[in-house]
Design a protein around this ligand. Structure first.
Ligand SMILES: *Cc1c(COP(=O)(O)O)cnc(C)c1O
Length: 344
């Protein structure tokens, strides 16, 4: 392997559609999805609803749009919503949940583990209905896996208690399941087992599953009907969307191989630990390494043609279908001689 070949571990969003996916896109049956429907879009949305265990689903161009539509449907202007600290809806969507959906964000501490608030924290933050001028709390946003917590998984029993606490306090629940596929693979359960009780779920096709574009928003038939209107308002109605939905169909066939990404993350984590890095043991496909000088480390890696990103103050490496276990071995070899490993 040539030493200048780039090993891109910045994110699983860098995955490129392979020949089989491009073939499916090229031969997709299409219609006008804004006018009166596209058959491949319809097939994907039906399948997505089933896979996610919800009544109905809607394809959206991005996870951000899916989360924005969901929060806008659950909140009225000025309503508070709760989300674990550093959740994507809080930190990485340009404040759309406030700007477009009108929500007042309230971050919850990770008092139950990485990326996970406790049910008691949800109850306490939801508060009680006070005098008429009191802020109303309407929504709990959960994230599984939790990106900034290093792809941390919330198991179904713990998730069920969080949903129960939210419902008890009169809150709706939105699940940001951008990487719900990874959570399901890590727990060896079906994705639908991780969505019970949620009023809406967002799941990405364009990350580990390898589609070039697209996310799914799922919920009740009624919610998805309203979501379709909002999607159009936000500029997310696409005409011959079947070309993109066909990629999504192939993506959904690929859930089973995410275990390979998780194994690659463990391999990388073990190698980085051997090189003296302080690494949080990965539960899925994200490896976070605590480093004293983040810009220096990222620059040394870049000089070695290994790309990483920064997240929650750590160097972040994400494994995905376009890097093999041989690539990880190669990356570790380059890092060892890059001058940024603590043991070097
Ligand atoms: C990537 C991501 C999103 C947003 O998806 P885009 O398609 O990039 O807009 C939302 N939530 C989480 C947790 C993510 O990791």
């Amino acid at each position: 392997m040539s030493n200048d070949r780039l090993i891109d571990l910045r994110s699983d969003t860098v995955t490129k559609p392979d020949a089989a996916m491009r073939e499916a896109m090229a031969t997709a049956e299409v219609g006008d999805d804004v006018l009166d429907g596209d058959p491949t879009m319809r097939a994907l949305e039906e399948r997505a609803a089933q896979v996610l265990g919800m009544e109905a689903a809607l394809w959206v161009p991005s996870g951000c749009m899916g989360n924005t539509i969901a929060t806008a449907l659950h909140l009225q202007r000025g309503d508070r919503f709760l989300a674990p600290r550093a959740a994507h809806v809080l930190d990485n969507e340009l404040g759309a949940a406030a700007w477009l959906a009108g929500g007042m964000p309230e971050p919850l501490a990770w008092d139950a583990g990485p990326g996970r608030p406790s049910p008691a924290a949800v109850t306490a933050a939801a508060g009680t209905s006070g005098p008429y001028y009191r802020l109303r709390t309407r929504l709990l946003c959960l994230e599984n896996t939790h990106n900034a917590a290093g792809g941390a998984v919330t198991p179904p029993e713990e998730y069920a208690l969080l949903v129960a606490a939210a419902k008890e306090a009169g809150l709706k629940v939105h699940l940001d399941g951008a990487r719900i596929w990874n959570a399901a693979a890590a727990l060896a359960v079906k994705p639908a087992e991780l969505t019970a009780g949620a009023d809406s779920v967002q799941a990405c096709l364009s990350k580990g599953l390898g589609a070039p574009v697209g996310s799914l928003l799922a919920g009740s038939r009624e919610l998805i009907e309203e979501a379709r209107r909002l999607r159009k308002m936000l500029g997310g109605g696409v005409r011959q969307g079947g070309v993109l939905a066909a990629a999504g169909m192939v993506a959904l066939d690929r859930m089973d191989r995410l275990d390979e990404d998780h194994a690659a993350a463990k391999q990388l984590s073990a190698g980085l630990t051997d090189l003296g890095f302080t690494v949080r043991a990965p539960q899925t496909n994200i490896v976070l390494a605590q480093v004293p000088d983040l810009p220096f480390v990222l620059a040394r890696l870049r000089a070695s043609h290994v790309l990483a990103s920064s997240m929650d103050g750590c160097a972040r490496f994400v494994t995905h279908r376009d890097v093999s276990s041989t690539d990880i071995t190669e990356a570790l070899g380059r890092i060892a001689v890059s001058g940024c490993a603590p043991s070097s």
